[in-house]
Design a protein around this ligand. Structure first.
Ligand SMILES: Cc1cc2nc3c(=O)[nH]c(=O)nc-3n(C[C@H](O)[C@H](O)[C@H](O)COP(=O)(O)OP(=O)(O)OC[C@H]3O[C@@H](n4cnc5c(N)ncnc54)[C@H](O)[C@@H]3O)c2cc1C
Length: 466
């Protein structure tokens, strides 16, 4: 991109167009482990040509109008906590930094709605509604380092999703700027049968269809009570069966997490028992309902063969659940690590677990292959795999992608979905065809071509190459 274009953007947009080295450096990528690895290895990583920091929607419109007319690539950036390479820049790119659009527009306690600009920090949004006795009920582990616009763009899941739903269940309306600069407001009432739900063109689009500039979320009253329960299972399948029965009995503990014995040892050493998996729940809501839920889920767990564990383990998890790891600390110890979330129907999840873990362990250098489940549905559940492998720095990137491929292949082989909540980005792009099918990928490409005919929005991200 030439200097002349940056100057033209300055004339169009003024001082919000930044080219200082510090901001260019800070906005090259998101929290994808592979980008951090490349940075640590000192692999050349290109900065964006400039960073645009809007404070109002009209500025986003002006940028996209200009970018479409001049075929300039624009990569949106929320708070950069994405872990699949949704943000990755080159010198030919304008980085659109939404973190400067971070105001609260309205909190409406009567209709239980709150409207934020897209770059609003998730934790700040939650704290503002919490001060009024309300909650968004969306608690991704990254809540303190992610934006509400990022949640929409990646189809995020919060830790309390089993009762409160994922972001698609919480979003009420989306304000977005299309690549041609047009503004759309999608979502007008609590429910609609007014054609296809166009909010879904933006949800999970990871910056490829336009720019989310505002988000209205449905709120809840803060729960009256919170309580905890926990159980040991003799195996992961036994615990998964207990979860299935709990979901089918129509109980919805907001949090239902199940760790294999390796993860129990690593995360909750005081609660580890030889070869036992651990299932715990956080129950919330009216006190009377919580009491019945605890009693009946305990009955179901016992009938499935589980035995009681100290519920303090769930409280312990609550205290440390929003930890953010520093990839560099692992690289410096000669270890490459990541987590991979997938989901599957109940009937397929056990085979995925055993194959994925076995496949990871069969690779030389892998020192950890483990998993927990964290989001349950009537039809199935997710798994969140962790791997760690020891190798020389120059072998880390190959090791990283091979470990990923092993979990993806085990998921595909047994009929699971390759991405539960982190999105696809540049990392999962090659595997998207598993979930969408060839014709689904073709439909996605057609949609992209219709919405963004100049192909300016986050090129190279999400949409499989032809
Ligand atoms: C430690 C850690 C824990 C995590 N835990 C969870 C979890 O529990 N649940 C979960 O779902 N995710 C989790 N994530 C992943 C990440 O936090 C989410 O994907 C989050 O939604 C990204 O938000 P962000 O604002 O940081 O987006 P970014 O990383 O800045 O961007 C993500 C993608 O969305 C696009 N984008 C961002 N904002 C906009 C916008 N306004 N308009 C259009 N496109 C946009 C970007 O181009 C990019 O493709 C975790 C990440 C980390 C590092």
């Amino acid at each position: 991109m030439s200097d002349a274009i940056v100057e033209a953007l300055r004339i169009e947009l003024g001082e919000i167009v930044r080219t200082d080295a510090e901001i260019l450096q800070a906005r090259r990528h998101d929290y994808w482990a592979a980008s951090h690895l490349r940075e640590w290895l000192d692999t050349a990583m290109e900065s964006p040509r400039c960073v645009v920091q809007p404070t109002e929607t009209a500025q986003v419109q002006a940028l996209l109008r200009y970018a479409t007319a001049n075929r300039i690539a624009v990569v949106p950036f929320g708070l950069g906590s994405g872990v699949c390479g949704g943000v990755l820049t080159t010198h030919d790119v304008v980085l659109l930094d939404l973190s400067t659009m971070n105001q609260t527009r309205e909190i409406d306690g009567h209709n239980l709605l709150a409207t934020f600009e897209a770059g609003k920090n998730g934790m700040e949004a939650e704290e503002e509604v919490a001060a009024l006795g309300l909650t968004i009920g969306h608690w991704p582990q990254s809540i303190a380092v992610s934006s509400v616009g990022g949640w929409i763009s990646t189809r995020a899941s919060g830790q309390f999703s089993t009762a409160y739903g994922n972001i698609e269940d919480i979003v009420y309306s989306i304000e977005a700027v299309l690549p041609n600069g047009d503004l759309v407001q999608l979502g007008k009432a609590p429910r609609a049968a007014a054609g296809p739900d166009l909010r879904h063109v933006l949800m999970g689009a990871e910056g490829t269809m336009g720019v989310v500039t505002g988000v209205t979320l449905s709120l809840r009253k803060a729960p009256e009570t919170r309580a905890y329960s926990a159980f040991y299972a003799n195996s992961m399948p036994q615990g998964i069966e207990a979860q299935r029965r709990i979901m089918h009995a129509d109980w919805r503990p907001p949090v239902m997490r199940q760790y294999d014995s390796i993860e129990v040892k690593r995360n909750f050493p005081d609660h580890a028992q030889p070869d036992k998996a651990l299932l715990f729940m956080v129950h919330e809501g009216p006190a009377a309902r919580v009491a019945v839920e605890i009693a009946d889920t305990a009955r179901i767990a016992s009938e499935a063969g589980l035995t009681p564990a100290a519920s303090a383990v769930a409280e312990e998890w609550m205290g440390k659940r929003n930890h953010v790891v520093a990839w560099k600390d692992f690289f410096e110890r000669g270890v490459v690590v990541d987590t991979i979330e997938i989901s599957a129907p109940w009937s397929k999840i056990d085979a995925i677990y055993s194959d994925a873990v076995a496949s990871l362990r069969s690779r030389d250098g892998v020192v950890n292959a483990s998993a927990h489940s964290s989001h349950a549905y009537r039809s199935g559940v997710n798994y969140y795999f962790s791997f760690a492998a020891v190798c020389a720095p120059e072998a880390m990137e190959e090791m990283y992608f091979d470990c990923w491929d092993r979990v993806m292949q085990a998921t595909i082989k047994h009929g699971g979905g390759v991405a539960h909540h982190h999105g696809a980005g540049r990392l999962r792009k090659p595997y998207l065809v598993n979930d969408l099918g060839e014709n689904g990928v073709a439909l996605l490409r057609s949609l992209k071509a219709a919405v963004d005919p100049s192909g300016i929005m986050n090129p190279g991200n999400l949409i499989p190459d032809v």
